[in-house]
Design a protein around this ligand. Sequence first.
Ligand code: SAM
Length: 429
Amino acid sequence: MGHEMETIPSGLPTIWYMGHKARVLDRIASACEGLVGAGATVCDLFSGSGTVAHALAADHRVAAADAQAYAEVLARCLIEPKPFHPVELDPERDLGARRRQVETALEAAFEEALREEARFLGGPMDADRFEEYRRYCEATPHVNGVLPPADLIPASFRPARSLYGPPWGEGPPRLFSTYFANAYFGLAQCVELDALRAAIAQVGEPARRAVYLACLLAAASASTSGTNHFAEFRRMETPAAARQVVGRRRSSIRGRFAVELARLAQTWSAPRHENAAYRAEWRDLLGDREGRFPLVQEAELFYLDPPYSPANYSRYYHVLETCVLYDYPQCLHRGRYRQDRLQSAFCSPRRATGEMEALLGQLAPRGARALISYAESPTALIGREDLVAACERHYRTVRVEELPLAHSKQGRPSALRVKELLLSCEGSR
Ligand SMILES: C[S@@+](CC[C@H](N)C(=O)[O-])C[C@H]1O[C@@H](n2cnc3c(N)ncnc32)[C@H](O)[C@@H]1O
């Protein structure tokens, strides 16, 4: 994980996700078959991009859970049964009117700033233009930055000044345009994101809303001007970096959204079981006594793919979380992270081993089997020996497979070789 990044080679709408398992899905599915029969209920407790849950749903009833809201949306789209085939969806009918309404309002408020951006993105870029564009981006106001006095805000943004604060319910929905413009996305892209997000919010049918929202997440993930995640945004310090940023910002979010929807329609096959997606931390999920997560109670096997390095997913994907929650959060630091973001114990060098131990200590007494993915790499917080020992304290039979995985390092050609361990645990002690 950490800086390792790979694309997910799938036709499904999903995000670019660190540590995803797209290349080893077959191995995970066959290890799963070795532990439970077809049709058994399996819970993917750290579902992330939803790709493993989706693969397992071919043969099993699946509960997918993750602490992050965006992961729940992705899994809901990928594995839950729907009262429609995605090919029947008509985004113009479902989203068109509200999208246009919000777009018109934001385009009016940001008229001059958008015109300026269009001049930069539309024309040829030499070194002087890059420098001008970089200055334009750095001067763009944003919420939670210190909003400068009106006379220091660039003239082109001044007409929108009242939008940079509460009450958020008044005026057009504007979270992306006022938090992330000219940082993670271009301004026109942010207007598109706000308009589509607002239109999706008024879709009544939950399954339809989840499909549209998952496609918007996929579009945002593919269109960020950064490196496919949101831990920081590119500063355009060199012409090469600026060229890449400009290239990304020339693309249309709405166009990408349509592509994601079309890909889903092409690849969709109706789930064979009543699968379900949940958002909860694993402790809350397993400890639930109110019947909020019914499939989890019935799970015979838990697939565990927790983070293995100090890099918290909530830092890398905070913009996607905010896209789902759309709650105008307090943000911190250069990367504009949500203040309330999850700090997972699996990412703490001090707590990771204890957290794994606690989790296995809850699964084994339920009579549930466990299938664990964990990296064997220099950044892994639990060493192989400690991991196997923890499994053996709770299960009588522990089998370890090694799956070679090469993670590219943020697009740089050198590949970081990590071994992926797959541990099958059964027979609780
Ligand atoms: C390695 S990723 C899972 C990747 C996933 N298997 C895939 O193929 O996309 C780890 C996931 O664990 C989630 N996570 C971290 N701490 C958690 C916790 N305490 N409870 C539930 N989920 C957690 C993160 O949000 C992240 O999505």
